[in-house]
Write a protein that binds this ligand. Structure first.
Ligand code: SF4
Length: 219
């Protein structure tokens, strides 16, 4: 549908991961993704045809404003496949704190609107899509942003360390590592971080998968 945003779901819940973990936010999940991770847990949002709603810009803004929260998480699928810049600019001017969860395989905004921060994935080898990662995006990440590694095994942990050593010997965004649910035990992440002295890396688990069932949607 031309000029409409394909949306799978909108809901409010706690942010289950990242720097706002545990705080209430509005979630907008867009339909459509440009890659196919082996462990994708949102297979219902991979194609634009998965959309259940088609919103104009004004309809989407009205829906967002109907919630009492000033935090928003744009996710997917891949939200940056949508022309989101104007919406972000409007929401940023209204005081929203905007988290864009992006898969690392699309360019970031050329001019970042006020209020926007990125939670960007770096897909490690176990994802099957590492070759699509845009390391060019790294230079646009600030200390307000998050670079997140979702790891399946020891090789993925080594990938993470390689990225840190190579691209961020000092400084950079906030670094998080979390396990692919069911593939690796969280304790292995802690052991790795400890063994390698990675004091800049925060180990996390997805809180919503603990509070609710790992497959529950809309939470
Ligand atoms: S980037 Fe996200 S939505 Fe796309 S395939 Fe990977 S896990 Fe699924």
């Amino acid at each position: 549908m031309k000029n409409k945003f394909p949306v799978v779901e909108i809901f409010d819940s706690i942010d289950g991961e990242g720097k706002r973990t545990g705080y209430m936010a509005i979630f907008v999940r867009f339909a459509g993704c440009n890659i196919r991770c082996t462990y994708c847990d949102t297979c219902y949002a991979l194609s634009p045809e998965d959309a259940l709603f088609y919103f104009t810009k004004d309809e989407l803004l009205a829906k967002i404003r109907s919630y009492p929260w000033k935090r928003i998480t744009f996710t997917g699928g891949e939200p940056l496949l949508q022309p989101l810049e104007e919406i972000c600019r409007i929401l940023g001017d209204e005081g929203y704190d905007i988290n864009i969860e992006t898969n690392g395989a699309v360019p970031l905004f050329r001019h970042r609107p006020k209020g926007v921060f990125y939670t960007m994935d770096y897909k490690c080898t176990g994802s099957g899509v590492r070759k699509y990662m845009r390391t060019e995006n790294f230079r646009d990440l600030t200390q307000d942003d998050v670079l997140k590694f979702v790891v399946s095994d020891r090789r993925d942990l080594d990938d993470m360390k390689y990225i840190l050593d190579t691209y961020f010997p000092t400084g950079g965004p906030k670094f998080y590592v979390s396990p692919v649910w069911g593939r690796i035990e969280p304790v292995e992440l802690v052991d790795y971080v400890k063994a390698h002295g990675l004091d800049r890396v925060c180990v996390q688990v997805q809180l919503h998968k603990i509070i609710w069932s790992p497959t529950k949607r809309g939470v």
